[in-house]
Ligand binder design. Structure first.
Ligand code: GLN
Length: 199
């Protein structure tokens, strides 16, 4: 079975590992280029993307990450991790470092102050009929996607008309929300299947 790394520079790494462990996946912490070489797929957790970008530079991980993504490594990015995987970022710091890979434009902290954290049910392609209880914490949304990107989910009309909050491009997958917090492992199960080449 594939070893799934969790990028452990910053953010809620442990929660992702717990969900993956619960699925019987083999997991490993990634904090250095040699750790990255030892994994088959990677989760980039939520946290704070400016800080994560700075730490990725300091730990020499930016170019190795770009190279593995270019070579086809599956990656799941959640919240700040979605920002890290985005080719274009709005509302970021001028010197924000991202890794890129998904042909999309995300807007950081898109929901504004009044709803900077909320929970809502989102329908997602690829995980079955039941909506996913999605937790948004100072989340980004996806403003636009290129033709290679498949939209997996959008917000219901009452939360933000049609905003894209889950996408996939080949082995790369990203969600605006935190799928590791609600005890529903379906997003991670889909990603493990992608990592196994089953989806
Ligand atoms: N607001 C954070 C950022 O812009 C993301 C928040 C999160 O990951 N929960 O990086």
């Amino acid at each position: 079975p594939p070893t799934i790394g969790v990028l452990a520079l910053q953010g809620d790494t442990a929660e992702h590992r717990d969900v993956l462990d619960g699925l019987g996946a083999r997991t490993a912490k990634v904090l250095a280029p040699e750790h990255l070489e030892a994994v088959d797929a990677l989760v980039v957790p939520g946290g704070e993307s400016t800080t994560m970008g700075k730490l990725a530079v300091r730990y020499g991980l930016v170019e190795p990450l770009r190279a593995r993504i270019a070579a086809g490594m599956p990656v799941l990015g959640t919240c700040a991790g979605m920002i890290m995987l985005s080719d274009r970022v709005l509302g970021g710091a001028a010197d924000q470092t991202t890794v890129g890979g998904i042909d999309m434009t995300v807007r950081r902290n898109a929901f504004g102050r009044q709803s900077d954290s909320f929970e809502t049910a989102v329908r997602l392609d690829g995980i079955g009929e039941d909506p996913f209880d999605a937790v948004f914490i100072r989340a980004p949304w996806v403003e636009s996607v290129g033709t290679a990107v498949t939209v997996l989910g959008r917000l219901p009309a009452e939360e933000g008309p049609g905003r894209i909050v889950a996408v996939r491009q080949g082995g790369l997958m990203a969600t605006s929300f935190h799928p590791e917090l609600t005890g529903d492992a379906r997003v991670h199960r889909l990603f493990v299947d992608i990592a196994k080449g089953l989806s």
